[in-house]
Design a binder for this molecule. Sequence first.
Ligand code: S3P
Length: 665
Amino acid sequence: MIKVERAQTLHAVLSAKGDKSVTLRAVLLGALSKGQTVINNPLLAKDVFSAIECVKKLGATVAVEGGKIVVTGAKKINDGVIFNCENSGTLARLLIGALSGLGVNATVVGDSSLSKRPMERVCAPLRMRGAKIESEGGCLPVRIYPASLSDFEYEMQVDSAQVKSAIILSGVTSNTKTVIHEKNPTRDHTEKMLCDFGAFVNACDGVITVEKCSLTGCKIDVPNDPSSAAFYLGLGLLLGEVSTKRIMINPLRDGFYRALLKAGARIEYTNKVHNSYGVVADVTAYKSNISYFEIEEGEIPTLIDEIPLIAIISAFNGGCLIKGVNELRFKESDRLKGIVELLSLAGGKAQIIDNSLRVYAGLNGNYFEYQSDDHRMIMCAYILQSASKGGKLNGEECVAVSFPTFFEGLQKNKLCLIGKDLSLSLSGKMHKHILSNLSQEDFTYQMLSLTEDEVNEFLKKCAYKAINATIPYKEKLFLSAKEQSKSSYICECANYLLQNKGYTTDGEGLLLALKYRGERVINKSVCVYGAGGAGRSIALALKNAGAKVYVANRTASKAVDFCKRAGLCVYNGEECDILINATSNVTDDLFSEKSVCKAQTVIDINYNKDCALISLANKLGVKAYDGKDMLFFQAYICDCILLNKGINEELAFELYSKYKVKYEN
Ligand code: S3P
């Protein structure tokens, strides 16, 4: 069982793994080939290990080493074997096809879920080409007997890449020719991969011809799985921004992306390169308003595994209508029924109308418990719970089937910001931008708006690797730290906590911001208004950088206490070169027209709101900056502490310029 927390927001870089369909085919074709096949970036998941066990029983040799799978083709095919495909429908169906042409006796079995799935869809056409096959009431176990197969031309009865591939493989193993007519195109990985193994394949206008052939081992580079990536990207669409790298954008697999893009989702592809299986690209999904959309029956094969996820994403948005969804009943579970149940648990609504799925808009999301042994349904429930009020999941281990690192990726480097109302905070975007440029590792960054009571609880049981805090929680974060950096100790506040050590990076962030603007502080007189966490950090850093610093505060005693502790002067009406407002609202005369016009530079650490001080300075022709620069650079410093990297000013400035191009244009 796992507890799923309400995420509130999420900015993340997360890795999807090798594509399941491509990896399974590579293992199987490798076993049927002469010589060695090296599979790079394979998916190492339960379905693939089931395939490895099966091809070993067939007579192939398999080594899994250094993140690769090396398959040496079977020299002799073993007779009388029982093949256990466990949960994998693709493996079972492709294997039945291959075995039917190999002239052996064999039995194919699976786990309880697979044993309920229809197998006649492959057995029937195979029999038509001469195969001798028996199923048990249309399901597993399927028994295969030696038979002689002939050249075969077949019109697909169901839009299924598994059935198509099974028929093609029966032709390959029986050394006969196959011609298939598809009504709606389904994923073409088998056809494409056969070319890499030396077969002659022609696919044109829905007709696929595979000539008689013998296969030779080759090298396969598996791109990352668009179906797994979709779950992480779904979190981005609902909660903020998520990027994932090297995803296969095969036009027969990218229906999820296309359907949502058409309905207004912001999904971006970068770093596109070509691979045997189509374009591979880095993909980023941003929180989007997605309007109502419809998906036609012909598009279903391109997004078949993503339909439950599409339903959930659309329920939080404008809803959708997905036509021709009956195939969903025959997946690892009855996913059509599953979607309706899952959405109703969450307080949403979906209905099956004839062969269509109607998902209604306006889901808010309840807290709920969910149980499933279907990997994709569990991942959907996780996303649904994260995007609403959280919940509990039972059976979560089933993600091992296709995406064993799904939860691990989300848990690995959990970072967050705590504050009272973070609805306008830019921290998520900034940290994502900085971390994704400084590190290759996966991370998640959440912005958590918490009440005072919630913060106390949160800090007690904290499950995050590092925490940023903003007003009014910098003192609380300081008190929860077991150790302090020097400046955090003097300022008695922390805006960053890493491994129980508190840091205050606002002051250093402001110094970098001033440098970025070409402002010098040495020997300048500076008045810092506000002796709260940020003000104290700023005043101390400026003093350490050689400025003459005066501190003012609405409650004067607070400024007096801090100045004593930090060796600073209390403000007493001095004329200053730089005026800094470090409070959330300025009411003091200090920022009257008279004092502002005497200053060279004015800074207000607020951002994202109309700032009277900045307007006044602009009116008077005094240089003025808001707090965004400082926010970025304090974030950069925190991320350098996290990654154990030194501060590199030039790099920091370059990153900020890139940030502005990306997010402000
Ligand atoms: C697959 C094809 C699809 C898909 C499954 C994998 C494949 O099934 O749902 O997860 O690898 O060929 P159908 O072709 O039966 O729709």
